[in-house]
Design a protein around this ligand. Structure first.
Ligand code: BEZ
Length: 241
């Protein structure tokens, strides 16, 4: 009972959206990192996977590595973590490169850092251990962190469910669009779709805005106005070639 309570206490640290990303120093497949300080000025996806040499994780790593350039062009770096050791990480990534051909991906080199976290220090700090799912493996957590080191999105998946990478990329682009253009993004938004303009502060202002809509703005009601930002404008602002 006491052990269960200790374990629960160790894993209840759950960073929340809007919090500063918890700091840590760690050893990775690309050398030591000091997180999030080393990533100041970049967006980062910090993600955990349950274990090296497992199939869902392998499919995810190959997909992440194939998309790394695309994420980097959106000023977003990738950092992986599991509670395995460095030599396991190195052996697994070598196996992926040398042996695995999957869905047209082959000879895949993982160039982003993979953190070793045998002590589970980082996994516990970030609430990646969910004892109901596993007390010895991290779940598939995704933390999207902005250039100021603030957590902007958190997504969790269970052990058996591989992540949707279209969605992860969409999240990064949507968050940057919200920041750059001072807008929000509606359900299923993709670049080129209409965006939501901030709700006017008072009913009078909202009514005035509804009555004076410009050709670019459309109000469905006083609390729900959208405007167009074309795809090129969004992508030219965010994507660095
Ligand atoms: C996998 O990546 O395939 C996996 C890892 C841990 C538990 C279940 C599946």
């Amino acid at each position: 009972m006491e052990n269960q309570e200790n374990l629960t206490q160790q894993v209840v640290s759950m960073p929340r959206i809007g919090d500063k990303a918890p700091e840590f120093k760690a050893v990775t497949t690309q050398g030591d990192i000091n997180f999030p300080a080393d990533y100041k000025g970049n967006w980062v996806i910090l993600f955990s996977h349950p274990a090296d040499f497992t199939p869902v994780c392998t499919s995810e790593f190959m997909t992440f590595a194939s998309l790394e350039k695309q994420f980097n062009q959106a000023n977003c770096k990738l950092v992986g973590l599991s509670v395995d050791g460095l030599y396991s990480h190195i052996a697994w990534l070598r196996t992926i490169k040398e042996k695995i051909e999957y869905k047209g991906m082959k000879d895949i080199e993982v160039n982003f850092p993979l953190i070793e976290d045998i002590t589970m220090n980082v996994a516990k700090k970030y609430g990646m251990i969910m004892p109901g799912e596993s007390s010895t493996k991290a779940v598939r957590a995704v933390f999207v962190i902005d250039p100021k080191g603030i957590i902007r999105t958190i997504i969790y998946y269970p052990l058996s469910l591989g992540r949707n990478f279209d969605e992860l990329y969409r999240v990064v682009i949507a968050l940057q669009t919200a920041d750059e253009f001072n807008v929000a993004t509606p359900a299923d938004w993709r670049p080129g779709d209409e965006v939501i303009v901030p709700t006017a502060g008072s009913c009078g202002v909202a009514k005035e805005r509804m009555e004076n809509q410009d050709e670019n703005t459309h109000c469905y009601d006083w609390f729900f106005c959208t405007k167009k930002i074309d795809k090129e404008t969004v992508l030219n602002t965010i994507i660095k070639k």
